[in-house]
Design a protein around this ligand. Sequence first.
Ligand SMILES: Cc1ncc(COP(=O)(O)O)c(C=O)c1O
Length: 355
Amino acid sequence: MKYDTNQLEINKVQKSKIEEVNFDNLVFGEIFTDHMFECDYVNGEWQNPKIKPYGPIQLAPSAKVFHYGQAVFEGMKAYKDEDDQIWLFRPDENFKRINKSSARLAIPEFPEEFFFNGLEELLKLEKDWIKKGFGNSLYIRPFVIATEECVSANPATKYKFMIICSPAQAYYSGEVRVQFSEKYSRAADGGVGAAKAAGNYAAQFYPTNLAKEAGFQQIIWTDANTHEFLEEAGTMNIFFRVGDKLITAPTSDRILDGVTRKSVIDLAKDLNIEVEVRRVKVSEIVEAARKGELKEIFGSGTATVINPISGFGYKGEKFELPKLEDSYGKSFKDRLMKIQYNQAEDKHGWRHLVK
Ligand SMILES: Cc1ncc(COP(=O)(O)O)c(C=O)c1O
């Protein structure tokens, strides 16, 4: 079925609130732009796409999202180059992934025409919120929730697809030390780990709080069956550099197929860096650290691009990683950002111009 994008209704704010925002002091995810995109699923069809002023939505207390957690989301960014052009990075991947997440949670898939038309019209309206400069961006949060008023435990017949946007600055997370998980799990075989399902994140908060009390900022999750294999972090895929080789876990139904992860793998291949995509044993990483062969661990994800990890803990022991001049993580971050900001050749065709 072809969806008619002429249906998009745009209702603009009378006065922008942009002047009230201090763009030099943004806390990630706290400020939202003037408008949002909204589209409803009713009578078996996605309909009435609209852009309207950002603001609260009304839901019944019986809306299924509150009871059974039918909710999925995405995270992507828009960047502005020196000529005021707006770019997205591999947005087709986020579009495919939100529908994959939806399918896993029995949520109807969203039409591609509505997604790109809604997103691009929204970005054009919010162009002044996307600031120039390396590191500045507009974080984009598409999400879907079940809105049907009914507490019977089966898939809803009504949903809302929305996109909200939040201006973001270059993000420095400080030194990040991670704990390798020994007890708790994020995902299991046959579960929803590969979906960006809201509940996956809720379930991480408690064990992450325990890790924080023990002096770590994040957890690297291990496989639920044996806790012997390293999988991913809360919002990042994870790479290990042992010697000059990169190792990362394969995606599976437990691990999110990260856009940054797959881009790093492609860039590594371009640079003739050996990458092994295979299960990563906790014991081999601990042993490599003891021998001084573990040179780097870094996370990859849209929010920070590449997040260096300065140390890790396992079974009560703490390991520190060396500070490298020739860090792979730093080099990938620089290369990826130059592509995102239209400052370098994009030989893989990852950039998408918002016209
Ligand atoms: C669990 C999880 N893993 C990995 C990632 C990184 O994915 P991406 O590179 O697509 O942002 C994210 C963030 O989206 C995430 O939530």
